[in-house]
Write a new protein. Structure first.
Lengths: 368, 229
């Protein structure tokens, strides 16, 4: 077929540019939201997912690290350590900490851990996790948000701590993690002898699933999860909390993009009604004229994909600078979902104009 | 020698339009006509007499309310819209008063259009279009866009497009209506030439009395009815 779609676009460069820019902004928004969604998956779950352990032990009915409460006696660590199949047990105490940093209120999770136990040490991007009393490791997004660097000090619950390390995989977007030694966390909590989680490494050959089931049976007040299950629980918790909001905004954005494209394509069809009537009069069927509109719509979407990608690549670093706790992660899944969303926008955008085309009669060529 | 078999046979064609308020307009009433290969049939009549509606019926652009229409060996009154589109492509070329070229396409692409819609390969369509443009003295304008052409040039491009797929029938609605007398004469001569040297069946709707001398038959239309002249 003659490249009528491209020729029509070439004669209406202004309209096409506006259409592509509109689609591009939607594509950038969709990219951003899906990249955030992926960022949440990897960043918020990073600490749990990357621990070199086999089991997470917590209070019964607790299922995850982010939105679940768990309080256990610290002596439980010794009891479990004596189990035949368990090689090591690392305690973790979680509490909510508040602070005023550079005049702004900050709220975060404080995780007290044993600096000597590598199972519970956070992954660092700078500094050290060999903490002594009065020292902390801060999530890097929290540090960026408040301008904290190694050596700075902040007050948590009226006690001063020096920042000795920056961690990654510890940003849950709505809050971030700060790590202290276990005794410091106990002191902040104000109740000694309490822990929240036990990170367990099994002896070689032991089955995590079987040991978890066995422990849950013999310790009725506890819940035991394999590392994989606990990571999935964490992810599910994030997905049921934040991700639906991101998805809803992304879908609404895509729909708005589709409607914008639809309006522009619809006005194009109205303005070129006679051209389409000519095509029909000389023998083009509905599928041929619909193809012209679909091609224009998809070309606008392709241009919009390009524009949106550029907007995203330019905008993402600016956004991360302005809002450090936003975690962005570009993956193949993000690219594919965005491509799918863009194609959906193109098809939605062509739907109403195609319906209008069906009501253009070839005899309209005789209209004055 | 016997007369050629008609390519168009309309029998008792009528077209009634119903308005929103229940008003009824009988635009074409009980028209019977024939059109043969190599013949130029001129349909004249005042504005609103139903000429263009009759042309639309004959060209399968509108379905008749009653009556039958045979094009060649085919009864087209029962065909669906998409079948009619294919039928128009194979059997008709159209020339309109307002030229009706597609401004986004070059002159050559406009002429190529029916060929490409028919499935003719790009290079063959291009060659055929170029040959027609050469024949109509438009070769130098092949790569230009219609909006820079004069009225006469546009109408010759429209005629080239109408003939491009070699249809047996050409329908022309007021082909001289937007042209000066000289350009109009040139276009009508080309139509007449198409009938007499290419064997096309030509039906022209016009107010222009000067066309009558180019016609083999003239029908007059008034209030939706035709009478021979």
């Amino acid at each position: 077929m003659i490249p009528l779609a491209r020729r029509m676009i070439a004669r209406e460069k202004g309209r096409f540019a506006i259409t592509a820019l509109g689609v591009g902004m939607v594509v950038a928004l969709v990219l951003l939201l899906f990249a955030m969604s992926e960022g949440v998956r990897s960043e918020a779950n990073g600490y749990v997912r990357d621990r070199p352990i086999d089991l997470w032990i917590c209070q019964k009915n607790c299922t995850n690290l982010i939105r679940s409460s768990s309080l256990m006696y610290a002596s439980l660590a010794r009891d479990l350590k004596s189990e035949r199949q368990i090689e090591s047990v690392a305690p973790l105490l979680r509490l909510i900490g508040t602070s005023r940093i550079r005049g702004r209120r900050a709220t975060f999770f404080v995780l007290g851990f044993d600096p000597a136990a590598r199972e519970s040490r956070p992954t660092l991007v700078a500094g050290t996790a060999d903490l002594r009393s009065g020292e902390i490791v801060v999530d890097r997004a929290l540090a960026a948000k408040y301008g904290l660097t190694l050596g700075d000090s902040i007050a948590i619950h009226d006690r001063w701590f020096a920042v000795r390390g920056l961690s990654e995989g510890t940003n849950a977007v709505i809050t971030q993690f700060v790590f202290t030694s276990l005794p410091d966390a106990e002191q902040l909590l104000g109740v000694p002898g309490i822990i929240s989680y036990l990170l367990v490494r099994l002896r070689p050959g032991a089955s995590p699933g079987r040991v978890a089931a066995d422990l849950a049976q013999r310790y009725p007040t506890l819940a035991a999860f394999t590392q994989r299950q606990f990571a999935e629980n964490n992810l599910e918790e994030m997905e049921t909390g934040l991700l639906p909001i991101l998805m809803t905004v992304a879908i609404l954005g895509a729909l708005v993009g589709g409607v914008v494209l639809m309006l522009l394509m619809y006005s194009h069809v109205l303005e070129h009604q006679i051209d389409y009537a000519i095509l029909k009069a000389i023998g083009a069927g509905q599928s041929v004229v619909a193809g012209v509109v679909v091609r224009q719509s998809l070309l606008a979407v392709l241009a919009g994909l390009g524009a949106g990608t550029v907007l995203f690549l330019v905008g993402a670093p600016i956004l991360r600078f302005a809002v450090p706790e936003i975690a962005l992660s570009m993956t193949w899944r993000v690219a594919l979902v965005t491509l799918g969303a863009a194609l959906l926008i193109g098809l939605v955008g062509a739907w109403l104009p195609i319906r209008r085309l069906a009501r253009i009669y070839p005899a309209e060529v005789f209209r004055a | 020698m016997s007369a050629p078999v008609p390519v168009v046979e309309a029998s008792h064609l009528s077209k009634v339009f119903r308005g929103a308020g229940g008003s009824v307009v009988r635009a074409v009433a009980d028209v019977t006509l024939q059109l043969r290969p190599g013949e130029v049939l001129l349909l004249i009549g005042p504005s609103g007499s139903g000429k263009t509606t009759l042309l639309s019926l004959v060209g399968c652009l509108l379905p008749p309310t009653t009556g039958s229409l045979r094009i060649g060996a085919n009864d087209v009154t029962s065909l669906r819209d998409d079948q009619l589109a294919v039928f128009r492509l194979r059997h008709f070329g159209f020339v309109f008063q307002g030229f009706r070229l597609i401004d986004a396409l070059t002159v050559r692409e406009n002429v190529e259009l029916p060929l490409r819609l028919s499935g003719v390969r790009r290079s063959a369509a291009r060659d055929r279009a170029q040959a027609l443009l050469d024949e109509f003295g438009l070769a130098a304008l092949a790569g230009t866009f219609p909006d820079v052409l004069s009225g006469g040039e546009k109408q010759r491009v429209a005629l080239a497009r109408a003939l491009a797929a070699d249809p047996p029938i050409v329908l022309a609605d007021e082909p001289t209506g937007s042209l000066d007398s000289r350009a109009g004469e040139s276009v009508v001569e080309l139509l007449e030439q198409s009938a007499h040297s290419r064997g096309k069946a030509i039906m022209i709707v016009s107010h222009d009395a000067r066309i009558q001398r180019h016609a083999d038959a003239v029908l007059e239309m008034e209030d939706g009815r035709v009478t021979p002249r």
